[in-house]
Design a protein around this ligand. Structure first.
Ligand code: ACM
Length: 269
């Protein structure tokens, strides 16, 4: 199967512009490449941007899950191209907001994952999720297990480990990374869990009042041996695609004597 990340710069608070940037990047990609992805991962908070100053801003760029223009535009891309999409968005649910990700399938069925580990001032705006993000998609007649974690979730190795134990073949990782560690750390998350990982990061800066925050780009795709299959630049909008065999992630043996799941000393841990 073919998997891709889309790396771009959202414009803070401008949902329509962000939809159009994603559509333009994807349409240009299709014109220049004859390989459609089966699975496309788009960064965290891709509808809204990141640096909120108040709840009005949060509200104005949010949508109810499955009921908004961001969802509709992604579902259209998924339907028209017969692809699966994992994309971060600012979710409103009643009076609460979540830093969430859509899992959108070409058959119209979708799921929503809510970020478990909120970073820094996100704690002011969002509620944390309370469920692990494990889902299934159909690719070439095969059920592929997709785990989802959002940005800072990576810092807690239990997230990726729990997803792998729940059967994830591929961990999709929409991100708005600000610290300089994750792109290197994903080597360990992929290797120690023997899974594929797709980190789709954003680029650029959000500026709001006297605050600004800079994002590190360099989206990465890794295989279960920790090989970097794709790596974006730190500052360019781009889509990169690689071919993977997700079923390789189901073999947890490193050699005939070591299985990374059954060797775990859960009796001691
Ligand atoms: C982050 O979790 N967006 C740093």
């Amino acid at each position: 199967m073919f998997v891709s990340f889309l790396q771009f710069k959202p414009e803070f608070g401008n949902v329509k512009e962000n939809i159009s940037r994603i559509q333009n990047l994807f349409n240009t990609y299709l014109l220049e490449n004859n390989q459609k992805p089966d699975l496309l991962v788009i960064p965290e908070l891709a509808n809204s941007g990141y640096l909120f100053a108040n709840f009005d801003e949060l509200n104005n760029s949010s949508e109810e899950a499955g009921n908004g223009i961001f969802y509709e535009s992604l579902q259209k891309i998924a339907d028209e191209n017969f692809i699966n999409i994992v994309a971060g968005f600012n979710e409103k649910a009643g009076d609460e907001y979540y830093n969430s990700a859509y899992i959108i399938r070409p058959d119209g069925k979708f799921d929503v994952y809510r970020k478990l580990h909120l970073f820094d001032s996100e704690k002011k705006w969002f509620k944390p999720g309370d469920k692990l993000g494990i889902y299934s998609i159909d690719v070439n007649g095969e059920k592929i297990n997709v785990g989802v974690m959002i940005c800072f979730d990576w810092f807690f190795p239990e997230t990726a480990r729990s997803l792998a134990l729940a059967g994830a073949d591929i961990i999709c990782h929409p991100a708005n990374l600000v610290m300089p560690y994750c792109q290197r750390a994903m080597f360990a998350r992929a290797l120690e869990n023997q899974v594929f990982t797709i980190t789709a990061n954003r680029i650029g800066k959000d500026i709001n009042g006297d605050k600004d925050i800079f994002f590190t780009g360099e989206s990465v795709i890794l295989d279960p041996k920790g090989n970097y299959l794709a790596r974006a630049k730190t500052d360019s909008e781009e889509i990169q695609t690689v071919e993977i065999n997700p079923l390789l992630a189901r073999n947890k043996f490193l050699n005939p004597n070591n299985n990374i799941f059954t060797d775990r000393r859960v009796d001691v841990f």
